[in-house]
Design a protein around this ligand. Structure first.
Ligand SMILES: [Zn+2]
Length: 103
């Protein structure tokens, strides 16, 4: 993940978890802490729309939705293929290597 995006995201998650934990302790309701998990996972899906190269693990550019992530990745030279219902993505570097192997 891009470090510039990751740090504010990580700090925000920590702040969220701390706030909800404080609320849970203050109101003596443990389940309030569960909302923190909800918030964290929402943030994750908002920011985690990118493809990961199945060969080298490189991340594609980020996008706001899953479908945008595929479009953005393909515009950046990535390729994706579906084998047995699972999607595989390859970055431009690995795509070249794969092409070389296939020829
Ligand atoms: Zn790669």
């Amino acid at each position: 993940m891009n470090k510039n995006i990751y740090w504010p995201w990580a700090i925000k998650n920590i702040v969220d978890i701390a706030c909800f934990t404080a609320l849970a302790v203050y109101f003596d309701r443990w389940w309030i802490a569960l909302f923190a998990a909800l918030f964290v996972s929402t943030l994750k899906t908002n920011i985690g729309n990118y493809r990961i190269c199945d060969k080298c693990g490189k991340h594609s550019p980020h996008a706001t939705t899953y479908n945008d992530a595929i479009d953005v990745a393909e515009a950046a030279g990535w390729i994706g293929e579906v084998i047995d219902g699972k999607r595989y993505d390859y970055c431009p570097d690995c795509k070249e290597e794969l092409d070389a192997v296939c020829k």
